[in-house]
Ligand binder design. Structure first.
Ligand code: KG4
Ligand code: ZN
Length: 368
């Protein structure tokens, strides 16, 4: 049974996002004709963190505090609007790196106080999970695979505030693993695109890398054992030959990517078992790793075997952005009152409270 959700009333929302290493502001207009991204400004911080091999929370927080105002100004100006024209202000209130989330929440509170506009604290994961509705108006319920440098989970999305978490990584996120493996074999950052490129010249079957947790039922995943297996293989090759040949690098990259593809596709198959019977099926992906062509192709194939549509929003809306935060507020504002000035940053904020919380926190902050 499809769940009927009220058509969002026409409104224009300013969104802010600063939970990891992208500072973002966007204006989204939601009306009877659907949603429209009027502007979306994203300022990355790769240069600031590159030499540290990961996101440094203090540096990230300071950069967010410096850049948020500027992003808001640019988003308004690009949409040809002023603050008085927006109907609400939405901000990521978690999960993420606490300093960055606090910067965003403080900035949004200031804007809300100054303008008298309602304020909505939004869960960053809900922003990702609702993006297929912003871009493709996908009907509820749908299956969502969120796969990035910070997150990896399967969600059944039943409504703007109704998410069932079917499983997720118990350690690293796949993007994190792509980045680490790239570093191990001497490829540049971000590792995902670099590994994808050299994989084209590699033989994926040369090394037998593990497919962790496929022997366990359910949709939980693990990528840290795979990373260790790659590390051991690299060390063995270096010891044997005094270094890595280009072909070794390509074969390791291809073998690793094939293992990630196999894990994601098998777990996606299992996630489809949780689809409520009798409704139109859609598999949606979001997150930077969804840019990977082999992963996309494999997920598309799985979708077709389950008679499901496959929706991958444009990359700019798949990765961290503020349009998804503004849009989530447009859907959620019908279901709850605005937040007040006591809104606080929540470094951990699982979408599905009925599931046990995930342990550990990644290089890019808490995973939920
Ligand atoms: O969603 P995203 O931009 O940011 C966060 O995770 O915060 O995802 C970035 C991650 C990085 O780890 C990057 O290596 C990975 O997405 N990525 C890819 C590809 N492009 C980006 N991984 C695999 N294949 C790609 N083509
Ligand atoms: Zn994200």
């Amino acid at each position: 049974m499809q769940r009927k959700v009220p058509v969002p009333k026409p409104m224009t929302i300013l969104g802010l996002e600063s939970s990891c290493d992208d500072t973002a502001a966007a204006i989204v207009r939601v009306g009877n004709a659907g949603a429209q991204v009027l502007s979306s400004i994203v300022v990355g911080q790769n240069d600031l963190h590159a030499k540290f091999g990961g996101v440094v929370p203090e540096i990230a927080a300071r950069a967010h505090a410096e850049k948020l105002d500027l992003c808001v100004e640019q988003a308004l100006s690009k949409a040809d609007l002023s603050l008085t024209d927006v109907d609400a202000i939405a901000v990521t209130a978690g999960p993420g790196l606490i300093g960055g989330v606090v910067s965003g929440v403080m900035c949004a509170k200031g804007l809300a106080l100054a303008s008298g506009k309602p304020l909505y604290g939004i869960n960053h994961l809900a922003g990702h999970a609702l993006t297929p509705r912003l871009t493709d108006n996908v009907p509820y319920p749908y299956l969502m695979l969120l796969v990035s440098g910070g997150h990896c989970q399967f969600l059944m999305v039943h409504g703007p505030d109704q998410f069932k978490r079917l499983g997720g990584t118990i350690d690293d996120a796949p993007g994190e693993a792509f980045d680490k493996i790239a570093r191990l074999i001497g490829l540049p950052q971000p590792g995902g695109p670099a590994i994808e490129t050299v994989s084209d010249k590699g033989v994926s079957s040369r090394f037998a890398f593990p497919r962790p947790l496929l022997d366990r039922t359910g949709c939980d995943m693990s990528f840290s054992g795979l990373k260790t297996a790659v590390l051991r293989k690299r060390d063995a090759l270096v010891e044997q030959n005094g270094g890595l040949l280009r072909q070794d690098q390509a074969d390791i990259a291809a073998g690793f990517q094939a293992a990630v593809v196999d894990v994601l596709t098998e777990k996606t198959r299992r996630a489809f078992d949780h689809y409520p019977p009798g409704c139109q099926r859609t598999l949606c992906v979001a997150g930077g790793v969804a840019a990977n062509q082999s992963i996309r192709a494999a997920l598309e194939t799985v979708s077709s075997t389950f008679d499901a549509a496959f929706v991958a929003p444009p990359l700019a809306l798949c990765t961290d952005n503020a349009a998804m935060i503004a849009y989530a507020a447009a859907e959620q504002c019908h279901l709850r009152a605005p937040d007040d000035m006591t809104l606080s940053a929540r470094p951990r904020w699982p979408l599905d409270l009925s599931q046990p919380s995930m342990l550990g926190s990644g290089r890019k902050g808490a995973k939920a």
